[in-house]
Design a binder for this molecule. Structure first.
Ligand SMILES: Nc1ncnc2c1ncn2[C@@H]1O[C@H](COP(=O)(O)OP(=O)(O)OP(=O)(O)O)[C@@H](O)[C@H]1O
Length: 258
């Protein structure tokens, strides 16, 4: 479905005036995601995960390297497949227009992808799918809880029945019990929909629940890519360290609960 080859990305360094110094964020990055796979992208804060997501979504351009979607140049693919790639961001509040009613927020994607053949869901069935009552449709975003609003963002993301979904820390800012509900919802969507997903995350547990593969991003490069069920066999020092800290944390958590 997606193939990234030798991609480089940098940003101008702030405060360097005319010297035009660059901050290199991704360097010589190559990986692929097969159709139907859910792949987690794990890495420390600032390691370039969201930048990578934005390159895939076409919100930013790589300095060099190539990105293919279903074997086609990504820019051409996106033009030909409007509504077939969507995203859910971490910050559900800023990703909706506060002046829009919920029904208009959910239907926003239809404005850009008006090909009727990709619209298979009614607003009603979509609300059922994300587990929300129809009575919310006439409300405004500030009248919903964080968990409800993130469900609305998910409903909007799947409005056009996309083939590729980017979840950029989509559960990170919700409290634990709501996180669990949203993860269950995503799990259900994974079962029901024919969708390929890049799941950008910090938390290893969310990843093991949802994803088939894990990519560890470290120091601008991919440290390792491995099947989730083989996580115990990671080879790179970075992935080993990240796993060890997660296991330690969970152990502590268990102790605290007792
Ligand atoms: N538009 C931008 N201009 C300049 N620098 C940027 C820009 N976007 C990101 N960066 C820098 O690029 C690096 C990677 O940022 P990015 O947001 O991709 O990391 P991340 O792994 O998603 O972090 P987090 O987990 O904290 O969200 C950071 O050092 C960040 O400050």
């Amino acid at each position: 479905m997606l193939e990234m080859k030798n991609v480089y990305k940098s940003y101008p360094k702030k405060g360097t005036g005319f010297r035009k110094e660059k901050l290199s964020v991704l360097a010589d990055l190559s990986f692929q995601i097969n159709t139907g796979e859910w792949v987690a992208l794990l890495g420390e804060s600032g390691s370039g995960k969201s930048t990578l997501g934005r390159l895939i979504l076409g919100l930013e351009e790589a300095d060099r390297g190539s990105l293919l979607l279903e074997g086609r140049n990504a820019t051409a693919w996106r033009k030909e497949n409007r509504g077939q790639m969507s995203v859910v961001f971490q910050d559900y509040t800023s990703s909706v227009n506060p002046a829009f009613r919920i029904k208009d927020i959910i239907n926003e994607p239809l404005k850009v992808s008006c090909r009727n053949n990709c619209i298979r869901e009614t607003t009603k069935s979509l609300m059922g799918k994300v587990g929300l009552p129809l009575s919310l449709l006439n409300r405004y975003p500030h009248e919903l809880s964080g968990g409800q609003l993130q469900r609305i963002c998910i409903a909007r993301a799947i409005r056009t029945n996309p083939r590729f979904l980017v979840l950029d820390e989509a559960v990170s800012s919700l409290d634990i019990s709501i996180q669990t509900q949203i993860l269950d919802l995503l799990h259900q969507l994974k079962e029901e929909m024919d969708i390929t997903c890049l799941f950008i995350a910090h938390n290893l547990q969310t990843v093991t629940y949802l994803c088939d593969h894990v990519i560890f991003l470290n120091e601008r490069k991919i440290a390792e890519q491995i099947e989730t069920k083989k996580l115990a066999d990671v080879q790179s020092d970075y992935a080993k360290r990240l796993l060890a800290s997660a296991v330690q944390f969970n152990g502590l958590d268990e102790e605290l609960r007792i």
